[in-house]
Ligand binder design. Sequence first.
Ligand SMILES: [Mn+2]
Length: 472
Amino acid sequence: MAVADSPVPDLADRATACAERLRAADRVLLASHIDADGLTSAAVASTALARAGIDHEVVFEKQLDDAAIEGIAATGYETVLFTDFGSGQLDAIAEHEAAGEFTPVIADHHQPADADTELHLNPLLEGINGASELSGAGASYVLARALEGSDGDNRDLAALAVVGAVGDMQDSDGELVGANAAIVRDGVDAGVIETRTDLDLYGRQTRPLPKLLEYASDVTIPGVSNDEAGAISFLADLDIDAKRDGEWRRWVDLDAAERQTLASGLMRRAVASGVPADRIESLVGTSYTLVDEEAGTELRDVSEFSTLLNATARYDRADVGLAVCLGDRVDALAEARRLLRTHRRNLSEGLQWVKTEGVTHEENLQWFDAGSRIRETIVGIIAGMAIGSPAVDRSKPVIAFAEESADELKVSSRGSHALVRRGLDLSAVMREASRAVGGDGGGHDVAAGATIPIDERDAFLAEADRLVGEQL
Ligand SMILES: [Mn+2]
């Protein structure tokens, strides 16, 4: 395949080498991460392998630790394709490779560990940003394009690659950029994706308008956000019919003029309420619509699609998420929707628990320990909801604990954009405080996490409190 044909030319040689090895294999074990990006990575890779006639099996891992890699080696597969993880565990993987147990092929976007392997497709190896320009699903897509055969060029798989990128929040500045933008262009050319400059609210396909306005944005608009009655009266004041046949309409039900009316009304309200200009700007972004999916369903909007996948992943049902990605629109989709409803109920019950129990205040932060009452896979989301609610003090970050296992505690921390502007960097706090007590952590300035030994909570808190105090 000519280098110029690759959607990401800098990665073309690596993709070609990986594709050649996969084509030469009798059968392949495909191992992927359990989250929206990992699920879409697996779906992209599995579809491309199937189309190329390569026999394979798919397995998922929450974490690719030594035990998981041992288990993969024990399957006896001679070729193992890792997607959305593998780079960070390259040191352990390379040992199995050196022992002749299997040949790894890696399509990932995480920071590589200090070891080498030949078949390694990772944007960071070519100076492309793995946090904002290419996801695991994007790397898998670049590989899929190199695997293309006589029956098609796999460009239709760009749809899933974009779901993965958005699932990893690579569109956080309102649109996809860099290598991701090249994948979007492929999807548009292939007729599977439509892009539009749109109001950047979550739930454009499925949420009734008042709910869309009440919950959808991380931009807080006084009298509308987190205010059901306010959102309804805001709609009533606009010159559009917010209801039809007695039912609330959704964003997707509005015509272009009605959308314009609603968007301008919201901007005017934001300006009048003193929302800062940079926050108002982030009310607008690029929407990615999957045109082959039914309008008004979660799958039509990449952001809602990725949430649905995350709901399956958080409850260990990667099989369901993968089946949805591979096209099951009956049983798997129904089960995914059930998991999403359960997820939302767990979130609201979790937030209610935090509100009832309250938080404990330290000098520079506030915290709660949910023990086993809140699943460790959702405690971070609940901490984020708590910091947007009147239950907590907005002038301090929130740290949440939940049991991860009998000897490990999961830590999640959330701040606000206002605190980040004043110097808060929770990524550094989580990393340094967890390492001080024999754990590990990291993440982003506004949201980060860690895992620590279960009896080190108080020592961790003291160190985190000190670190936040230095930052603010
Ligand atoms: Mn990823």
